[in-house]
Design a protein around this ligand. Structure first.
Ligand code: SF4
Ligand code: SF4
Ligand code: SF4
Length: 357
């Protein structure tokens, strides 16, 4: 049974309360290191980095609405470079989904499986440009504090978020070993810390870190807020996808979206799940991909789209402003609908096992 604990927030604020939970986890579980969004430059820079000692938790800030990279791509190296000993990673839901999909696609290692995943409800991110503009006009802490004050309603207005986040219908996860809940809550008073079952709660020593159980009313409030947010984001996704279709959904129009593409490959490098699925189509032959049939390539392409975590990093890094999500988002949605698959669902097997994978 799920265990929901109350994280009380005092005058030091919700970030300090979250950091206290992470510090408690570190101490009680003897962590060796933690991969987490760490602040630098007075909070203007926030990127996934490795904290090597518990006091570095004071720089962890998953509330800052900026995401320069999908941290899932770093988990394997993080685990390889820090062994032996327990590890933890603080992730956004789309990063957590990508970790799950990487595991299913056998792109991780046994060392990476020992990383305890901590997923924080995500209020959405700005694009790098909007974030840097906003931090020129206001202090970074004012910006993320403002977002937290709207946590009970779902965070910033969608228009100020990058497009991937405007369409994200799953800004929270249930199956991480620890979930930090924000939605539907007055975050100046309380956060939620929940584990998927009693065994995980006991293994992580959560009763020592957050002794009080959360009320059923608080838990339900979060679920309701999440449901409403998912509905709003779903409507937003439909609007954006209808706009894309109005601009034209035929092959010529789709190819037209790439008119500005410089073939730099940055979008593929930014995708935590890309593993050469387009290599054949792009004419890149390697020892690993050179011998595959067209069918095998299509199968792998379908698996990639099915696994897409919706992080939007492919579009975010494109300096030529190619609207990649106009292609990736409807395509991956159609593939998932077709095969009734949900990325990040640990129980569901990844379909289509291509030979040699
Ligand atoms: S895609 Fe979803 S989980 Fe990822 S940063 Fe945006 S809102 Fe958060
Ligand atoms: S990042 Fe943009 S310009 Fe570069 S290959 Fe991808 S779509 Fe083309
Ligand atoms: S295809 Fe784009 S949105 Fe999907 S996981 Fe890769 S980078 Fe994220």
């Amino acid at each position: 049974m799920r265990v929901n604990r109350l994280v009380e927030v005092d005058e030091a604020g919700p970030l300090a309360a979250l950091q206290a939970v992470l510090h408690g986890l570190w101490e009680r579980n003897g962590l060796v290191a933690m991969l987490a969004p760490l602040e630098s430059e007075g909070g203007r820079e926030v990127s996934p980095q490795i904290a090597e000692e518990p006091r570095a938790v004071a720089a962890v800030n998953p509330f800052a609405p900026v995401m320069p990279a999908n941290a899932a791509a770093l988990v394997v190296d993080f685990a390889r470079e820090h062994q032996p000993g327990p590890l933890a990673a603080v992730l956004r839901p789309c990063e957590w989904r990508a970790v799950v999909e990487l595991r299913k696609r056998r792109r991780t290692t046994p060392e990476a499986d020992r990383v305890t995943t901590i997923a924080v409800d995500c209020l959405g991110c700005h694009s790098a440009g909007v974030w840097s503009e906003r931090t020129r006009a206001a202090s970074p802490s004012d910006i993320w504090r403002e977002a937290l004050t709207y946590a009970d309603q779902g965070g910033f207005t969608p228009q100020s978020l990058r497009r991937g986040c405007q369409m994200c219908t799953a800004p929270a996860v249930r199956d991480a070993e620890l979930t930090i809940g924000l939605f539907g809550l007055n975050t100046s008073c309380a956060l939620l810390a929940s584990c998927p079952d009693e065994a995980t709660d006991a293994r992580l020593h959560m009763a020592e870190i957050a002794p009080r159980l959360a009320s059923e009313e608080l838990v339900v409030r979060r679920e309701v807020a999440l449901g409403e947010l998912a509905e709003r984001r779903g409507r937003q996704r439909d609007i954006l996808s209808q706009e894309a279709q109005r601009r034209g959904g035929g092959l010529a129009e789709v190819l037209g979206l790439f008119a500005n593409c410089s073939l730099c490959g940055d979008c593929l490098d930014a995708c935590p799940l890309y593993n050469g699925e387009l290599a054949g189509m792009l004419g890149v032959r390697s020892a690993r991909h050179g011998g595959r049939s067209l069918l095998a390539e299509l199968v792998e392409l379908g698996r990639w789209l099915a696994s897409c975590s919706g992080c939007g990093m492919c579009e975010e890094v494109c300096s030529c402003r190619v609207p990649l999500l106009d292609i990736v988002s409807p395509l991956s949605q159609r593939v998932r609908d077709e095969i009734a698959y949900r990325p990040g669902d640990r129980a569901a097997a990844l379909p289509w096992v291509a030979s040699g994978s």
